[in-house]
Design a protein around this ligand. Structure first.
Ligand code: GLU
Length: 484
């Protein structure tokens, strides 16, 4: 069997989108499963919209996600260069070949003329395809146009009566008639090749065995097949993976929230969680398990388990997965990871004063409440902010008997108490006062944190330490006394 070689070929016209990341991941998984290799090629033929910054950002996002490739834009290899604008001479050779054999021709139509054609076709309800105006220009006509200084584009001559069948590894056989395609431009008048042309040449020269890409390119594939035939090149195998829809089943767009990988990274989603989540978007392993290590995903990944129907982006599921991965982290590791978020928050000054062990206590106390790392900014408030009261806590504090509980708690508190001792002390107090645990724990929680729900009480108590604890208790006791 020939070697498995796949490629991810982004256009650097924006940050790496969730859909692009999923395509890259599927290529990576497919190659890794079979011991093949992956190539990273940059398709920058849209000169106006392509930017080096996006290219860098895409590469960084892919590395962050945990993908690797053997050859490509940042890894020299035998099939470079890997940026299409650096391959223009290569394409020229094939352009000449097609022009000489008559399979392509110069097209002198201006943008305005083509626009006019499109409008007329639209008005008459006919299929949008090139009229063929420049198809059969005589040598003299061509010469005259060139003499006028008109720079022609190069158009590929679609053969008549052909049927192009894409034998797609995900979608099955999909057929297209050449009549519906129309001659298309392969090189623009500025000498830059179009996507459909460059992609074919590159896939062949880079030895690509499998083209795995988004479904939106399925309609381009017959044009590419026509070029493979014209140039007598072997076709790779194709696999078009379905669209990603938002939860409203519309095509994923900015309306649905964050759409680029870098946005998720900034919010504090873990790469392991996204790797896991994206792999399940349109693919499923056998069995019910959803939390999977990269090695498990690679071992199970085959294209026959890739779904034909669209994948729906389920943010709740991503959140759930991210939480599971956060819970797996060691406290010290997590403490390092959340720090940048706190340093860029309202609590940056308080953070400077915080001893390491207290900082880690706080991280431990909030760990299970973090959906994304950036949530630390809200979660830290109860520890680092001033004591203020949420409505529910205020109401509870003003209930009968609460003041007595808080005063008893204050009076028995000793400076030397550690977390487990505080817990035992609270339990003892429950017995002594002949109250249900809830009627002791709740008032104490509300008095100390100003909230009726939140992190583990003994951990909070240890975090604040004796002096801060007393200060908070006094504040709450005074508040209650004043409102009575
Ligand atoms: N540059 C194309 C894109 O970003 C890649 C298409 C392909 O994989 O063939 O959509």
């Amino acid at each position: 069997m020939n070697k498995i070689v796949v490629r991810f070929a982004p256009s650097p016209t924006g940050p790496l989108h969730i859909g692009g990341a999923r395509s890259a991941l599927f290529n990576y998984l497919f190659a890794a499963h079979q011991g093949g290799k992956m190539v990273l090629r940059i398709e920058d033929t849209d000169l106006e919209r392509s930017r080096r910054e996006y290219e860098d950002e895409i590469i960084e996002s892919l590395h962050w996600l945990g993908l690797e490739w053997e050859e490509g834009i940042d890894i020299p290899g035998e099939n470079g260069p890997y940026r299409q604008t650096e391959r223009l001479e290569i394409y020229q050779k094939y352009t000449r070949q097609l022009l000489e054999s008559g399979q392509a021709y110069y097209c002198f139509c201006t943008e305005e003329e083509l626009e006019e054609e499109r409008k007329n076709l639209l008005a008459s309800g006919e299929m949008q395809k090139y009229s063929g105006k420049c198809r059969d220009l005589s040598a003299a006509e061509k010469k005259a146009k060139l003499a006028q200084g008109i720079k022609p584009a190069v158009r590929f001559r679609i053969p008549p009566c052909e049927e192009y069948i894409v034998d797609d590894l995900v979608r099955g056989k999909v057929s297209f008639a050449s009549e519906d395609i129309g001659d298309f431009i392969i090189v623009k008048s500025d000498g830059i090749p179009t996507y459909n042309f460059a992609v074919v040449i590159d896939d062949v020269l880079m030895g690509i065995s499998h083209v795995i890409r988004a479904e939106e390119h399925l309609s381009n594939t017959p044009r590419q097949l026509a070029l493979y035939d014209a140039l007598k090149l072997n076709r790779p195998q194709f696999a078009h993976i379905s669209l990603i829809l938002g939860s409203d089943r519309q095509k994923m767009s900015k309306r649905h929230g964050a759409t680029s990988l870098i946005q998720y990274r900034r919010m504090g989603y873990l790469p392991e969680a996204l790797f896991n989540f994206l792999s399940l978007m349109g693919w499923s392993p056998e069995g019910e398990e959803e939390i999977l290590l990269p090695a498990e995903i690679i071992a199970a990944f085959t294209l026959d388990r890739v779904a034909k129907n669209p994948a729906v982006f389920d943010l709740d599921k991503l959140n759930w997965l991210n939480q599971q991965y956060i819970k797996k982290l060691g406290i010290q590791e997590l403490a390092v990871m959340v720090k940048p978020y706190l340093e860029d928050s309202n609590w940056k000054e308080q953070l400077k004063e915080l001893e390491d062990y207290r900082y880690e206590l706080m991280v431990l106390a909030v760990r299970d409440h973090l959906v994304a790392l950036s949530d630390i900014r809200q979660e830290a408030e109860v520890f680092l902010g001033e004591l203020t009261y949420e409505n529910e806590a205020k109401q509870l504090l003003n209930e009968e008997g609460v003041l007595a509980v808080l005063e008893a708690f204050r009076d028995g508190l000793r400076e030397s108490m550690q977390a487990d001792e505080v817990k035992a002390y609270l339990k003892g107090l429950t017995k002594e006062l002949k109250l249900k645990p809830k009627n002791v724990f709740m008032p104490v929680r509300c008095a100390l944190s100003g909230r009726s729900h939140g992190p583990d009480l003994p951990l909070m108590v240890t975090f604040w330490g004796y002096k801060e604890l007393l200060r908070r208790l006094e504040q709450s006791i005074n508040m209650i006394k004043q409102s009575h």
